[in-house]
Design a protein around this ligand. Structure first.
Ligand code: BMA
Length: 899
């Protein structure tokens, strides 16, 4: 009680000796191009594209048509941002006046009243600098001269080549990306120079908040700290960053109100420096409620606040939230008597082995300075709601916004966190290494308190790139590439990360062989070896609906296949006349080299072609129509969904099982990719307009805690009941039915058996009866507990070839009613078995900003009627929905009339 009172008193105390002036806003900053041709008011935080749109220099959304190419000049231009601000008497009377910048994008010099203040070289750096001596009473001016990021990268690459007698690959992205070169030479979001799923928008601007903080005493910049378990206790290693105006000592209190903790730390602060004050709070583990990933328990979080008592003043930090949980990365040999079989690779959270189920996160937008709270919330909720427990923050993106980590903490989404290096080799000169060290120190310190962060990985695919010889550079032999790689990730980054954060594991790369990579010196002979660490797996040639296509890895952190957005999404960014698959706008958005043909081939290996069209003749005119494109877009999405199901279930079936060569014990399935930054054919399961693609609905079923997954081998069906539950299901009944297209909903074959389902494992279930030849059947497996309640969803296995022109009968939506403000219920009735049913809200409703998802969708109808709930996620105009606002189609007719 006493603690609480002190706490309230301190929080309420007026911070009289400090003055803050926010330098953000939309009515103070001006921007102009280096040559003075474009100019106007700017918004801070913001980016140059938003500013140019605001003032009308750009008249169209950069994401439309081929604007990324038309607007290339923006990234190749130097931009100047400036504003005036007033230093009033009270502020001028302070002798410490700090300029605090949370992020500049990217390379530029900052001046106040023509005095040079600092140079920015990195989008992920932050700056706190005493600028008192540059200030004057009254009017002051701050100017930031940004260099074009494209030119800067280009010049840096050339200089490096001159000094080191070799270039650092890659030079440029493939020409069809319409991207910029040498992203590896500038420390900004690597994909802002283009990627295979996104356009090139090399942003410039003041992308994070900026303010002036004047003080006579001190300014508390940041509270941070990681939580580790030691014996029976948790230890919160608190770090407080205080910029002090004077040399003095301070009494610091760190409060964790829920635990009634008031920890006193005495600190000696040095004048005119950022002081790092540390303290350890030891808490018996029995006193706390653990934080769990989604599906395993509550996401218990605790507020932590620090208050520094200073010269009679109390300076309060921002409140952070921490969680108590342990992380263990298990990498023991699968068979100690035969180490060549490889090592396990899985994570235990609070002692429970967790199968990582999820996807890969790319930046929420090409324009990350803008406010994307709602979009981010939607995407993370979409991950949580379908049972994901993990996302990989991919290394070509960014250290995310604070709110991203907060949402992941609250939703129980574990984050496999790459550091921001991707698909490239990097310079290793002194300047680059110190630049990177500051970046990593800043960012890890900023976010390490978040319980959702599971692991750091040094980069995306750079080890793989060396070994798979992605680039042959005569003057830069592989041996030297390896040496440089080791210098950057093993000798520089790894010790730094370990020093900054000993509360979670560090991996040199993703994918890597984990411990094996370390034992091989940092670059493994075969980083893609499925017996060690994680793998990324892509295949454009083989049948993706057949499990035998896939490896049996320990952990799959990337895999996927592309699909096209539906017409309604595309129509907001291209003209209707471009809605055919070889139109210049559609080709423009397909960055994956060869992607147009591989998607066509993949899709029509499983589905029938629309009558009359033969896309193997590339310009067959009957395929080059909007109708074909509409149908093809649906089919590509259905194909993607089934491929993700087959691959993910394959991984899940290998949970806790090894083959005779020691492969197996697979513990991760993170498909590539969750989200999109533009409307284009990509690997995402949620399109740019936030429509869940069929793959996302499939994921809800294939990521369910218990699945009944079928494997057909030599015409024999086996059912694997894979359980991520922590308790066994004894006396479960497993049923298997075979259905056909023309026997209504009556199975032509049924069998069942009773088994015990072991927790946290994959349980192969054998049937006594001989099973049917499964080629043309829809197979359905179900699991029931001992009280005859179904566990999980129907397991469905569709035939390898599906008649996408067939008539699957009439589908009817009925009994539509509003259940709550945001939920509607209805039934779907079918006449016969339908392989895939697709429900949607009508385009006219989407046009009014409605984003909705369904409790189930893209499902096989194997009973006459199912009940579905529609959940309205965004509804800016507060529309009331009617049953006529829904559309329904099936595999045979989706896209036949435009939806
Ligand atoms: C991997 C990723 C990304 C890429 C994806 C699809 O290489 O790491 O770089 O977008 O595959 O090609």
């Amino acid at each position: 009680m006493v603690t609480k009172l002190i706490f309230l008193f301190l929080v309420g105390h007026v911070l009289s000796a400090s003055i803050r002036l926010d330098l953000g806003g939309s009515d103070q900053w001006m921007f102009r191009s280096g040559n003075g041709n474009s100019t106007g008011m700017a918004t801070v935080p913001g980016d140059i594209y938003a500013d140019l749109l605001n003032v009308g220099v750009l008249t169209e959304d950069p994401l439309k048509g081929q604007n990324d190419v038309a607007l290339r000049w923006i990234g190749r231009t130097n931009w100047i941002y400036e504003r005036k601000f007033t230093v009033d008497k009270p502020m001028y009377s302070k002798d410490t006046v700090l300029l605090v910048i949370r992020g500049l994008d990217t390379v530029g010099d900052v001046y106040i009243n023509n005095y040079f203040v600092l140079s920015s070289t990195n989008q992920f750096h932050q700056h706190v600098i005493n600028v008192r001596r540059y200030l004057q009473p009254g009017n002051n001016k701050i100017v930031i001269n940004f260099e074009s990021p494209v030119n800067n990268a280009d010049v840096s690459a050339k200089l490096y080549e001159l000094n080191n007698a070799h270039f650092v690959p890659p030079d440029c992205p493939p020409p069809n990306y319409n991207g910029e070169c040498h992203w590896n030479f500038i420390r900004k979001v690597q994909s802002s120079f283009s990627w295979d799923w996104g356009p090139s928008f090399p942003t410039t601007g003041i992308w994070q908040p900026m303010f002036i903080q004047a003080t006579d005493s001190a300014y508390v910049d940041r509270l941070s700290g990681a939580v580790v378990k030691q014996g029976d206790n948790f230890v919160v290693n608190v770090e407080l960053y205080i910029y002090s105006a004077v040399t003095d000592s301070s009494e610091i209190h760190v409060y964790i109100p829920k635990l009634n903790i008031d920890k006193k730390i005495l600190a000696k602060l040095k004048r005119d420096t950022m002081n790092k004050v540390v303290g350890a709070i030891t808490i018996p583990a029995s006193k706390v409620k653990l934080w769990w990933p989604n599906g395993y328990g509550q996401q218990n979080l605790y507020d932590v606040t620090a208050v520094a008592m200073f010269n009679g003043e109390s300076l309060r930090s921002e409140t952070i939230q921490i969680g108590f949980r342990t992380i263990e990365l298990v990498q023991d040999f699968v068979d100690p008597s035969d180490v060549l079989k490889g090592r396990n690779f899985y994570f235990k959270i609070n002692g429970v082995p967790i199968f990582l189920k999820g996807s890969n996160w790319i930046p929420v937008s090409s324009f990350p300075a803008r406010n994307f709270t709602a979009r981010m919330e939607f995407l993370l909720e979409s991950a949580r709601d379908i049972g994901m427990n993990a996302l990989r923050v991919w290394g070509g993106g960014r250290f995310e916004a604070e709110e991203f980590y907060q949402m992941a903490d609250r939703k129980g989404i574990l984050l496999w966190h790459d550091l921001m290096f991707a698909c490239a080799l990097y310079p290793v000169d002194g300047a680059f290494l110190s630049n990177v060290k500051e970046e990593i120190t800043t960012q890890i310190t900023r976010i390490k308190h978040h319980p959702s962060i599971l692991v750091w990985a040094g980069n995306n695919e750079n080890e793989l790139a060396i070994r798979q010889r992605w680039w042959i550079v005569g003057s830069y032999p592989v041996g030297q590439q390896i040496k440089d790689y080791i210098k950057l990730y093993k000798d520089t980054i790894q010790p730094l990360v370990k020093e900054l954060d000993n509360s979670r594991p560090f991996l040199l790369s993703s994918p890597s062989n984990g411990v094996e990579t370390e034992e091989e010196g940092g670059v493994a002979v075969d980083p893609a070896n499925p017996r060690y660490g994680d793998v990324h797996y892509y295949n454009d040639i083989s049948n993706l609906w057949t499990p035998s296509t896939y490896q049996i890895p320990r952990c799959a952190t990337e895999y996927g296949v592309q699909s096209y957005p539906l017409k309604h999404t595309m129509m907001q960014y291209i003209n209707e006349s471009q809605w055919f698959y070889t139109s210049s706008d559609m080709l423009h958005r397909q960055h994956k080299p060869g992607g147009v043909l591989t998607v066509l081939k993949q899709v029509f290996d499983h589905f029938e072609l629309p009558v009359g069209c033969n896309p193997s003749i590339f310009n067959d005119s009957s395929c080059l129509t909007g109708n074909f494109m509409s149908k093809f877009a649906y089919l590509s999405q259905f194909h993607q969904a089934i491929a993700y199901q087959v691959e993910t279930e394959h991984y899940r079936r290998w949970r806790g099982r090894l083959d005779e060569t020691g492969q197996g014990n697979t513990m991760c399935g993170l498909y590539w990719q969750l989200n999109d930054v533009w409307a284009a054919p990509t690997w995402s399961s949620i399109d740019f307009n936030l429509n869940w693609k069929p793959a996302h609905y499939f994921a809800r079923r294939f990521f369910a805690p218990v699945i009944a997954s079928m494997l057909v081998k030599n015409n024999v069906v086996q059912v694997f009941v894979v359980s991520d539950l922590q308790t066994d299901i004894s006396n479960a009944t497993v049923t298997l039915d075979a259905l056909v297209w023309d026997n209504a909903f009556d199975p032509v074959y049924s069998t069942r058996t009773t088994v015990d389902i072991k927790a946290l494992s994959s349980n192969p279930v054998h049937f006594d009866a001989s099973n049917p030849e499964p080629k043309d059947f829809v197979l359905r497996a179900r699991v029931f507990d001992s009280s005859k309640k179904q566990v999980g969803f129907d397991g469905i296995l569709l035939p390898d070839h599906l008649k996408s022109n067939a008539n699957f009968g009439k589908l009817t939506i009925g009994n539509f009613y509003q259940k709550t403000e945001t939920e509607y219920k209805f039934t779907v009735t079918a006449e016969k078995v339908v392989p895939i049913v697709w429900i949607d809200v009508a385009d006219s409703v989407k046009d009014r900003g409605v984003v909705a998802t369904f409790s189930d969708n893209a499902f096989a109808m194997t009973t006459a009627q199912v009940t579905v709930t529609l959940k309205v996620r965004q509804n800016p105009k507060k529309l009331k929905l009617k049953s006529s606002d829904l559309t329904i189609c099936h595999l045979g007719n989706c896209g036949m009339t435009d939806h």
